[in-house]
Unconditional design. Structure first.
Length: 131
């Protein structure tokens, strides 16, 4: 039996109608610098070099729908982002162009949508959240 190969998550890739515009939103949200930039591709990552986010332009992008419904583009995944102050973090995200989701499932979590509709969660560690 051969040894298991090494696997390292390097990034999560997010489709967008414009990779550069969505990357700017997440740079403002997370404070991460650009690691790589091409015409339809942008990578941002924390300064320590750990896994980051990549954005690719998808000409046929369809805005996801959350909560899900029987028809329409369903959310395929979302980001959970821990914050130390939920209220100010939500305000910061809204100032960058996020929108607050109508449905909020927990007190210590706020579901928002980025400018192209991908849902993401801001949360604080209070004991009830399971990451």
């Amino acid at each position: 039996m051969s040894p298991r190969p090494r696997f390292t998550l390097s990034a999560t890739t997010v489709d967008a109608p414009n990779a550069h515009e969505l990357a700017r939103f997440y740079q403002g949200l997370l404070g991460w610098p650009t690691r790589k930039e091409e015409p339809d591709w942008v990578e941002i990552a924390p300064p320590d070099g750990s896994a980051g986010l990549s954005f690719q332009t998808e000409p046929n992008f369809t805005r996801p729908q959350w909560p899900s419904a029987p028809s329409g583009q369903q959310m395929m995944m979302h980001l959970d982002i821990e914050v130390d102050d939920l209220s100010s973090a939500v305000g910061h995200a809204l100032g960058l162009g996020a929108t607050l989701a109508e449905f909020q499932p927990q007190e210590d979590v706020r579901v928002l949508h980025d400018p192209v509709g991908h849902p993401f969660c801001l949360w604080t560690r209070t004991g009830s959240f399971r990451a």
